[in-house]
Design a binder for this molecule. Sequence first.
Ligand code: RTP
Length: 153
Amino acid sequence: MSAANLERSFIAVKPDGVERGLVGEIVRRFETRGFKILALQLVHPSEELLREHYADLAGKAFFPKLLAYMQSGPVAAFVIQGKGAVKIGRAMLGATNPQESAPGTIRADFALDIGKNVCHGSDSVEAAEKEIALWFGENLKSYTRAVDAVIYE
Ligand code: RTP
């Protein structure tokens, strides 16, 4: 298995997505694209975890609203692994503001407002590794999938 095929990203279905019953649909999109799920858990994130996760946004006017949104219910957190996981993951989510997301992306298909944009995905490989450690620690599952042989050349 090439190292490129082992790239990982952290994806989260935010509380609005969980409440609307979109977890299965969103996980399905990543699985059918070919990514392997390495971890999957419903989490009630603490304020401390969210302050760490969104540390670069701490100075923004919308930060308190973002904290409240992310604590309004459980988050379905998961890790995907596969070639291009970070870049493709972001592309599959669509632009941050659903008003600007391309049709066919998750946010375009399921959201209208930036403050209720249904999902999160890491924006770099470095951020992904940091977020995976923050949300899951060492608790990832490795397993062999026969389907990898027909996905990768
Ligand atoms: P995410 O981290 O959730 O994947 O989103 P992102 O990188 O595409 O966007 P980022 O700028 O990091 O913003 C994080 C989340 O904050 C909320 N937000 N609200 N103007 C606003 O009210 C506003 N701007 C951003 C969104 O939920 C966004 O996903």
